[in-house]
Design a protein around this ligand. Structure first.
Ligand code: F6R
Length: 619
């Protein structure tokens, strides 16, 4: 939520900052802006800035019309609006009265009303509706009193409440960019004779893969030759260095029209990578980053999964797998609801937090609550160095590579893989499954990338189907068991990308109300469980018959050779045969393709759907 870039070095700051913003635009695209420090005619420095509502392209057009000076220090911002409408005035950067300090900000300064009133009493003119502008004025007051920008930032942060990443430049100090973070992401990129700041590494991956992780309540100063980190009181801190193990090509579209489509097609690789190195030489399952002892895991008598959006649906699938393989009871809860219901937690409860970005504020706050109640927290996360794994007791990283499309795709399937691995690992440690049963499931998981390839090879048929549904006002999704969260996920994808009303239901729930929605021609996408010894398949067939009898058009996702479904489906999408618990890994793929294509045909920006942002860092 909001993308931030800072740069000081030897290149054109405008180029580095604008390019960084392009790579971070998925985090918010309500407005964009840059500020550079240039030498004035009399030798004194001045801040030059440009900002514009709307996407980055609008800012680039403005810079084309009103060029910026060629300098080598600057900051930039791409906004997801919280306080104040998405217009030019509220766009970042914000400046103080004297136009000496420029600031960009991600997060929410909760006490800004108070601070603003005090500043206005002292004749400060604040022109925007944002919470950010107070920080610019406060910093300017501090540097005006004679301290440097680093000290000014430390002092200002001590009076701010809430969540913030702030990045600032000072016209009279053209050699440093200063930033601070509390509950909001910021990483440092370390180069040669140049240094970078970014909300995530995508901002500078083109220039360096050496990064520094910042902790909570820290201030960082970058100059051409160095990086210095302190806490908010000025005490020096040594940041943790890490190497980013993906390169620029991972952040490019590779010939696809959208990042989302590219990421859908990357799923076979992402799943394979997330399974790599998980077996010992004897065939047992190993999870390197587990960090919880076998005894701690054996003591667990309840699991609560917390997550938001698509990650929540991955958690719903995980419940079926964990309970089936381990017999440990599992609750799944929206992270935004979790801590407000006073959940029953103790040291024998394992809280599993699922987050692709590792920065979702709702999930982070839920983790903090769980830890105050002495529960152990295990994160399932795709982003190295992000806050959620750092604040958890253990982590299982998914290896999906950077997910840039705002709608999660490969994030979801790799989260499923991590959840299955966790379930199997717990089964191994607790002895609830035999080793050969676990090895068997691992074997089936290792076959999944090839199965996803098969599903993807049939994409054209799904695209045709999507094109036939462009004018549909409502699309319904049905599923049962592990297919139910898939139905919910299919509906979410369609809502967020195609802006079509869509709802997912459990097949058995239909008759309790939702069936009243069915009318002649209503499209219903049905995720049919594989045939098995349980009665799931037959029950799902009954649900399909019920909607057909009321005039629905059924589009069924079913395993190959399912003649019973073929006989009643208006359209059939075949999936390779896998066990019911693993079917979500395949069934979700056509639903992703469907939403992506439908939104494309409708002319929507698939990677940046309206009103959304990746990485939701506000509660
Ligand atoms: C939907 C989507 C969101 C995220 C949710 C959680 O396509 O991407 O619903 O799943 O915002 O994000 P993470 O997993 O980063 O915590």
């Amino acid at each position: 939520m909001c993308g931030i870039v800072g740069y000081v070095g030897h290149r054109s700051a405008q180029d580095v900052v604008v390019e960084g913003l392009r790579r971070l635009e998925y985090r918010g695209y309500d407005s964009a802006g840059v500020a550079l420090v240039a030498a004035g005619p009399d030798g004194a420095g001045r801040v030059e800035w440009r900002k514009r509502a709307g996407k980055l392209a609008n800012l680039e057009k403005l810079i084309g019309e009103e060029p910026l000076p060629e300098v080598t220090i600057g900051i930039g911002h791409t906004r997801w609006a919280t306080h104040g409408a998405p217009n030019d005035v509220n766009a970042h950067p914000h400046l103080g009265n004297r136009r000496r300090v420029a600031v960009v900000h991600n997060g929410i300064i909760e006490n800004f009303d108070d601070l603003r009133a005090r500043l206005e009493d002292d004749d400060h003119q604040l022109s925007s509706e944002t919470d950010t502008e107070v920080a610019a004025h406060l910093l300017e007051l501090q540097v005006g009193s004679g301290v440097d920008l680093t000290t000014a930032m430390q002092r200002v942060c001590q009076v701010l409440e809430g969540a913030f990443t702030l990045v600032a430049v000072d016209a009279e100090d053209p050699d440093r960019v200063v930033a601070a973070r509390r509950n909001s992401p910021l990483v440092v990129g370390v180069g040669e004779g140049e240094n970078f700041l970014g909300s995530d590494v995508a901002a500078f991956i083109e220039h360096t893969r050496e990064a520094l992780e910042l902790g909570q309540d820290q201030v960082v100063t970058i100059t051409r030759d160095g990086v210095a980190v302190t806490d908010f009181h000025g005490a020096p801190v040594t940041p943790k260095a890490y190497h980013v193990d993906w390169d620029l090509s991972a952040a490019e579209k590779d010939g696809h029209d959208w990042f989302m489509r590219k990421e859908i097609f990357e799923q076979p690789h992402a799943v394979a990578d997330s399974l790599l190195g998980r077996r010992t030489r004897t065939g047992a399952l190993q999870l390197d980053e587990m960090r919880l002892s076998d005894q701690e895991l054996r003591d667990i008598d309840k699991i609560i999964i917390i997550a938001a959006g698509t990650s929540f649906y991955a958690g719903m699938v995980a419940k079926y797998a964990i309970e089936h393989w381990t017999r440990i009871p599992v609750e799944v809860e929206l992270s935004s609801e979790f801590r407000y219901r006073d959940p029953i937690l103790d040291y024998s409860t394992l809280v599993v937090a699922i987050s692709q970005s590792g920065e979702t504020a709702d999930t982070l706050q839920a983790i903090r609550h769980a830890r105050t109640q002495r529960s152990k927290v295990l994160a399932i996360c795709n982003t190295n160095g992000s806050t959620i794994p750092r604040e958890s007791d253990a982590v299982i990283y998914t290896h999906a590579g950077p997910e840039i499309g705002v709608a999660s795709t490969k994030g979801f399937v790799t989260q499923l893989v991590a959840c299955y691995l966790l379930a199997l690992y717990l089964a191994q440690v607790k002895g609830t499954r035999y080793g050969d049963e676990i090895a068997d499931v691992l074997h089936q998981l290792e076959a999944i990338p090839a199965h996803i390839e098969t599903v993807l090879s049939r994409a054209e048929a799904v695209y045709e189907l999507a094109r036939a549904h462009v004018d549909e006002p409502t699309v319904l999704f049905l599923g049962r068991h592990a297919g139910y969260p898939v139905a919910l996920e299919g509906a979410l994808k369609l809502k967020e990308l195609a802006y079509i009303h869509a709802e997912g239901f459990a097949g058995g729930e239909l008759k309790h109300g939702p069936i009243a929605l069915i009318d002649t021609g209503q499209p219903v996408l049905c995720v049919v469980p594989p045939r098995g010894r349980d009665q799931l398949h037959g029950k799902m067939l009954s649900a399909i018959q019920e909607v057909r009898a009321r005039g629905a058009r059924t589009i069924c996702l079913a395993e190959e050779g399912d003649t019973a479904v073929a006989a009643i489906a208006d359209t059939l999408i075949e999936l390779p045969r896998v066990p019911v618990l693993l079917q979500p890994l395949l069934a979700v793929v056509p639903l992703q393709l469907f939403a992506c294509e439908l939104a494309t045909v409708k002319g929507h920006d698939v990677d940046q759907p309206r009103n959304l942002a990746k990485s939701v860092t506000v509660e």
